[in-house]
Structure formats: structure tokens, C-alpha cells
Design a protein around this ligand. Structure first.
Ligand code: MSP
Length: 503
């Protein structure tokens, strides 16, 4: 395994103030798909997700329910794990910011930052959104009837004035701008430009990184002044270092960090660029290899969220589409980095019916039943080169999309193969042919390739289809060619997707 290629994939760590909804599933499933893709290619993948458990937001939520914060986050983080398991999310570690190794890393890093002279004492005055766990400046908040509102949650901000410690982000202005403008880290680039212009316009201000314990007691104690807790965002960002073993095995950490792909929603872009890149620079670490940013899932144009009260439940989705794999497929199909994506049952139904039932599912059913009927399931290699060429071109295209982390396009291209193959069968009418073997073999190969390409998206259903074909899923790129299988022994003809019960 010494020479194996590594990849480190992270999701944001979520506030466990309620059960996860489709918005959280969006990021987590996309990250899981990419992690399963690299795994399929034979990489060593470390996939980190988890929960962000400290801070005022969780403290208040626990108070409201009359339980201790720890009891509350214990219960809620278990629920997050349950949902990820329901959705087939195969993380390597589920990190909790209350984990002992993480708390100790945070203390070490804060001491280090303090020793390096990046921390100083001061007083902070400003308008705070507890749902976001951040201050908003005059330029950022929205004013209605003379009251400042959070631009994301549209709730009134709270005025806070308190003693604190600051982190000297302002020293890293040029460094951050260089990463944003010259690097290839932030994807899509529009987000790099957005942050860069904001920094140029408003500057990069030092960040308040401590909270007096009287106000926020639920947090990691600031190691050099025990009257304070560490600001939850600093605590949270450092989870990516704990997860990669920064305080355990420096060499392994470096290998992972060099190959890191971080997924976030655009709401937390500032923290994952301006703040995160500065923090990493203070620790003499490079930025992540890629920071993939996506838009919001919206309901009537508003970001889906607990605070807004417009969430789509993961359970409802699974129930409607019959399996978590189908839900994962829908998430992959609607994935949009540049723009927000409006939740719509109409669109989701048509993706399910069009792509899964009528296109892919129908193809699997048709070809396997023909193979059984015409050949008793045993189909030896005989390539129809014309169709094979078309399929292989599309396979290459899908692979390129995956490698660019362009999941929606990769999936659409895989579906194009199914579509082309259905049309091919209609044209060739193998049931009328004298020698249907090349058509059936090439169609089986096409199914196998679509199935492999969709394996990261729908791990269970694709595995079942491969079982019906009696084919093992391997690791590596060799298997992505027509002609790889010398003989099929099709066992059964499955119906992988049931028609939607019409409401
Ligand atoms: N705890 C912080 C993140 C710390 S990471 C070091 C946080 N948590 S959160 O629970 O609010 O989750 C934020 C992330 O959840 C978003 O960045 C996004 O990835 C995902 N989403 C939550 N709601 C979403 C939508 N409505 N649409 C798309 N993604 C959404 O912020």
C-alpha cells in the first residue's frame, strides 16, 4: 500500500441541533460519491464527516430542551450517524468536536498560535447571528425597520460587546488573495473571485476567537486564559486536521493533506477561505488541494434550513423513491455547484421515472431477459464494434467528468450510454436476428459499464445488478472497456426500480 494513491475527502461538520435534512444529505452524499469513485479507481480513501458540537447555538438548544449540552449532542450525533448509514454514506471516521483527540488538538494549536504571536487581547462589538455562529458587519447585514437582520436566516441579529482575543488574520490578506487569484483551489472559480473581491473591498479583519464563559460556557477552554471558551468556528475548522491525524502521524497527515478535497455549501465559503487559508498559513500548511463549493437547495427561493422551517425530510425522500440509492441518484443528478437548486417533487419524480425506471432499469430488465431467453444466460464475447465505440467514448467522457468532480455530468453521461443502448436494441431487434450474440454481448457490456459508472452513486442497487450478471466489481480502470468480460452467465433478470405509486 506504500505507493497507493491517497485521497482525503471531507464534508463540513454539521451542527447537531436537529436531525439532518436533505440539505445536509446533499453535501454528504456528493462527498460520499466522490470518495466511492476514488475507491473504485483503487485509491486509498479517507473520508471524514461528523458533527460540530460546541457553541452558543447548541448550548441554547440544549437549554430549551432542559438537558445538558453533552447529553443533547450525544443523542443528536447518534441520529446523524443513523441517517448517514441509512443513506449508505461510507465514512472512514465520524468526528465529533467533543472527541478527546480533537479537543486536545485545538488546545495545542491555540497555544501554538499564541506563542507565534498571532493572538492578542481586545474588545469586540458587533451584531451576531447565533444560527450562523458569526458576526455580520454593517456591509453584510440587512436592515429592516432599523433592525439589523441576518442575510441568510432573515432573523434579527443580537448586539454583543465583550472582551475577547483576536487572531491576526489581517496579516494574511495578500497570502489569501494569492491563493484565491492564482491557485486552483476553489472550485468553481466564481467563488474564489467572490471572496477575493470582498477582501479587496472590505479588507481582511482580525477575527475574535474567544467567548467569555458567562455567555458561552459550552466549548473548549482557551488554553492560555480559562475565563474563555474557543470560538466554535475555530474549533470546527480544526476538525479537518484532527481527522487527518495532524497530532498523530505527521507524515501520513502530509500525504492526506496534499490530496485533500473539501466539500462545502456556499454559506460557509468565507470561513473555508479567508479564515481557513489564514489559519493554515499560520501553521505553515498549504491550502487544501480542492475546495468544492455548491449552491443551496432552496424552497421557494429560500435556503432550506431548520431555522427557516422549510426542510425536506430524508425519510420522506427514501419512502417516496423506494430506496436510499434512488435518493442518492436524485441528489447526484441535481448537483449544482454554480447555482441554487429549487426542491421540486415534479422534477425528482421525472428523474426517477425517466432515468431510473424507463431508461436504466428498463435496459437491465430487457437485456438480461433476452440473454436468458436466447442463450440460457450464457453469452460469450462477440463485440459489435460500432456500438462499442460509441459506448467507450461516453465512458471516457464520464470518467473525465468524475475526475473533475463534476458528478451531475458524469451521471448524465452514464445515462446517455443506457439511452444509446436502448435505441441500439430497438434498431437491431436481436429477437429477430439470426445471430444475436454480438448485439446481446455488447448490450450486456454496456449495462456493466453504466453500472460501474453508477456504482459510487447507487452502491447497493448496482451491486445487485452486477450479482445478477454474475460479475464482480473490481478496483481500477482496466474494467472500463468493452470486451473485458469473456463470458457472461446471467443469473436472473431483475427489476431494479419500481414504478412510482402515482399520488
Ligand atoms: N457547523 C458548521 C460547519 C463547520 S465546518 C468546519 C455549519 N453547520 S451546518 O449544520 O449549518 O451545515 C452547513 C452545511 O450543510 C452547508 O455548508 C451545506 O454543506 C449543508 N447544507 C445545509 N443546508 C443546506 C441547503 N439548504 N442547501 C445546500 N446545502 C446545505 O455550518
Amino acid at each position: 500500500m506504500e505507493n497507493a494513491k491517497h485521497v482525503y475527502i471531507t464534508t463540513p461538520i454539521y451542527y447537531p441541533n436537529d436531525r439532518p435534512h436533505l440539505g445536509h444529505a446533499y453535501t454528504t452524499v456528493l462527498a460520499d460519491i466522490v470518495s466511492r469513485w476514488y475507491s473504485l479507481l483503487g485509491y486509498n480513501v479517507f473520508f471524514l464527516t461528523g458533527t460540530d458540537e460546541h457553541g452558543a447555538k447548541l448550548q441554547r438548544e440544549a437549554e430549551k430542551r432542559g438537558v445538558t449540552p453533552k447529553a443533547f449532542v450525544d443523542e443528536m450525533s447518534a441520529i446523524f450517524k443513523e441517517y448517514w448509514s441509512k443513506l449508505g454514506v461510507g465514512y472512514s471516521r465520524f468526528i465529533r468536536t467533543t472527541d478527546e483527540d480533537h479537543e486536545s488538538l485545538v488546545r495545542n494549536v491555540l497555544n501554538l498560535l499564541n506563542e507565534k504571536g498571532y493572538v492578542y487581547r481586545g474588545v469586540y462589538k458587533g451584531w451576531y447571528c447565533t444560527a450562523c455562529e458569526r458576526y455580520y458587519s454593517e456591509k453584510e447585514y440587512v436592515v429592516e425597520n432599523n433592525i439589523p437582520y441576518c442575510p441568510i436566516h432573515r432573523r434579527p441579529l443580537e448586539f454583543v460587546e465583550e472582551e475577547t482575543y483576536f487572531l491576526r488574520l489581517s496579516q494574511f490578506r495578500d497570502r489569501v488573495l494569492k491563493i484565491l487569484r492564482e491557485g486552483e483551489v476553489v472550485y468553481p472559480r466564481q467563488y474564489a473571485e467572490e471572496v477575493a473581491s470582498k477582501i479587496e473591498l472590505e479588507g481582511l479583519q482580525d477575527l475574535s476567537i474567544a467567548r467569555p464563559k458567562e455567555r458561552v460556557s459550552w466549548g473548549i477552554t482557551l488554553p492560555f486564559d480559562n475565563r474563555f471558551t474557543v470560538y466554535v468556528w475555530i474549533d470546527a475548522l480544526l476538525n479537518y486536521l484532527t481527522g487527518a491525524g495532524f497530532n498523530k502521524d505527521k507524515k501520513h497527515f502530509e500525504t492526506l493533506w496534499k490530496n485533500s478535497i473539501q466539500f462545502i455549501g456556499k454559506d460557509i465559503l468565507w470561513f473555508h477561505t479567508a479564515v481557513w487559508f489564514s489559519l493554515l498559513s499560520m501553521l505553515d500548511l498549504p491550502p487544501p488541494k480542492k475546495l468544492v463549493v455548491h449552491g443551496f437547495l432552496t424552497v421557494k427561493g429560500m435556503k432550506m434550513g431548520k431555522s427557516t422551517g422549510n426542510v425536506t425530510s430524508i425519510d420522506d425522500m427514501i419512502k417516496r423513491y423506494g430506496s436510499s440509492d434512488a435518493v442518492r441518484f436524485i441528489i447526484a443528478r441535481i448537483a449544482n455547484y454554480e447555482k441554487d437548486s429549487e426542491v421540486s417533487w415534479e422534477i425528482y419524480d421525472s428523474i426517477y421515472n425517466g432515468d431510473l425506471v424507463n431508461n436504466y432499469g428498463n435496459l437491465v430488465r430487457r437485456v438480461t431477459s433476452l440473454a436468458i431467453k436466447l442463450f440460457d444466460g450464457v453469452v460469450r464475447i462477440a463485440i459489435d464494434h460500432e456500438h462499442a465505440k460509441k459506448v467507450e467514448e461516453l465512458v471516457q467522457k464520464a470518467i473525465e467528468y468524475y475526475n473533475r468532480i463534476d458528478i451531475a455530468e458524469a451521471v448524465k453521461t452514464a445515462l446517455d450510454i443506457a439511452h444509446e443502448t436502448n435505441a441500439y436494441l430497438n434498431r437491431k431487434e436481436p429477437w429477430k436476428q439470426e445471430n444475436p450474440q454480438p448485439t446481446i454481448y455488447t448490450a450486456l457490456e454496456s449495462i456493466r459499464l453504466v453500472t460501474l459508472l453508477l456504482h459510487p452513486v447507487m452502491p447497493n442497487i448496482t451491486q445487485n445488478i452486477m450479482n445478477s450478471l454474475n460479475i464482480a466489481i473490481e478496483r481500477g480502470l482496466d474494467q472500463f472497456k468493452v470486451g473485458y468480460i469473456s463470458e457472461y452467465k446471467v443469473k436472473e433478470s431483475p427489476i431494479p426500480f419500481k414504478k412510482l405509486a402515482t399520488s
